[in-house]
Design a binder for this molecule. Sequence first.
Ligand code: NAG
Length: 280
Amino acid sequence: MAMAKVPILVAVALMAAVASCSAREPNICMPLAEVAATAADDAVAPLIHALRPLLGSGGQLGSHGGVPCDSWRLGVEAYNVRDWKMVPANCEGYVGHYMLGSHYRRDSKVVIDQAIAYLDSLRLAGNGKEVWVFDIDETMLSNLPYYATHGFGARPYNATSYNAYVLEGSAPALPETKRLYNKLLTVGIKPVFLTGRTEDQRAITVANLRRQGISGWMYLLLKQPGFKGSAVIYKSGERQKLQDAGYVIVGNIGDQWSDILGAPEGARTFKLPDPMYYIG
Ligand SMILES: *[C@@H]1O[C@H](CO)[C@@H](O)[C@H](O)[C@H]1NC(C)=O
């Protein structure tokens, strides 16, 4: 309970920082400390009200009528919005800016910083049985070059063009994830890739990873032809097999909730941002 208080205060301070110079009297800018004190005095509601002029119509960042895109993205990342098929049409520009600007990289950095802090806190057994599970698409490799020319997820999924892109083997590594990956290698935790990519894509996936300077993984687990279950069933089943074989899953990272839900999840899970598509 005590811990929950800190992020709320930070969030209030952030909102206040934005609002402090933008209220109805724009010439009066309150010092940040004073704003925080005011916020602590239950004066939050008027400050939120004062935010409106800055955020535009009702805080609908990047929205031109329709769903407010920043709220939609938060809903997606928090797993409140589920089973969605496409980015809302009015949010294509918003998601595009998010992905291509610095925001996506910044959000990813927060996740990886937390993963590395967790890693640093571990007392490792160092027995060669400790593994870290990585998803591949939008986790180790980025398909942004494809999505940037196909509507950032706001157009219907096209298996033909997407698979053609995957078979080029040209997807760039995500720099923040690579930082974690390399750190794991130095401390003796073995990376395991667990991906929804299929067994027939093994050769190109290996080639793509190697081209991006990624090596030293223990297993590359791909979906077998004919597997019909959900991503959660598939991935948790594979993690169970790892555990049954005596491995300890010290960490598990992916961009989809289906990467990190379903026992055994791993001792700790990390969710990378992905506002472009949903895999259940
Ligand atoms: C899917 O992509 C292929 C290959 O680029 C293209 O020929 C086809 O028209 C696309 N299908 C749809 C429904 O857009």
